[in-house]
Unconditional design. Structure first.
Length: 237
């Protein structure tokens, strides 16, 4: 496994783990603010390499918030390892996700994020946006870092392969190709409208979990992905 860490926006770092045998990339994101926040923990087996990468930027025991897009092993598999390593850390997840899963899974009580709630990290502000079943899971949500315009989109735009750190090239076609492979997205009447609502945000960087960090026209990319899923939903009907 190949691990690297790169700054993709002011004090926001992408920790990328490329697994050659799967031809797949797993990304976590560190907001190195006064109250540091981690979006995605990685698998339990990845804890050491992710923590070592974080430690090149800030001491692991400074971590204040552990967050993720939905409950799945690559999103939160090492959640409790992080809680053990950072005694002042709290898991913050959507209220629904806390109610149905995280209250029982986390070693310490989580903070249930309400839709639109803001975590003030000091130098950065992160807003929670509930996106149920987008891309999948009742508990799905995204986080928007308002000071840099970075949107942590989780599994949206998932693509196979090894990726550049930053790109302004098309991410819609690779994302739809990934959907054709995995079929991981919940296709409902609200899928595309939920995505299009994200396009109304003032986004400068799309932080993909399985892909590059995108710095092109983010609104256009989100709308393009929504249009693609709209077509898939109509075809399924």
């Amino acid at each position: 496994m190949e691990t690297r860490i790169d700054e993709i926006a002011d004090r926001i770092f992408r920790i990328s783990n490329y697994v050659p045998e799967a031809n797949f990339t797993f990304n976590q994101f560190l907001v190195n603010a006064d109250e540091p926040l981690l979006f995605h923990t990685g698998h339990q087996s990845m804890f050491t390499v992710v923590a070592d990468a974080v430690a090149t930027v800030t001491p692991v025991d400074r971590m204040r918030w552990i967050t993720f897009g939905h409950v799945e092993s690559d999103e939160c598999g090492s959640m409790n390892e992080w809680l053990a390593a950072a005694p002042n850390a709290t898991v913050a997840h959507g209220a629904v996700g806390c109610m149905v899963q995280v209250n029982e899974l986390a070693a310490r009580p989580p903070h249930p994020l309400q839709n639109g709630e803001i975590l003030d990290l000091g130098s950065h502000r992160v807003r929670n946006i509930d996106t149920p079943h987008v891309p999948h899971g009742w508990d799905a949500h995204v986080l928007f870092e308002e000071t840099t315009g970075t949107l942590f989109v989780g599994d949206l735009f998932t693509a196979v392969g090894k990726h550049d750190v930053l790109t302004d090239s098309d991410i819609v076609e690779p994302g739809l190709a990934g959907e054709a492979i995995f079929g991981a997205t919940a296709l409902t009447p609200t899928t595309a409208p939920t995505m299009r609502a994200l396009a109304d945000l003032d986004v400068n960087v799309l932080a993909l979990m399985h892909g590059p960090a995108f710095t092109g026209d983010c609104s256009k990319a989100i709308t393009g992905l929504a249009d693609g899923y709209d077509e898939l939903f109509r075809a399924a009907g």
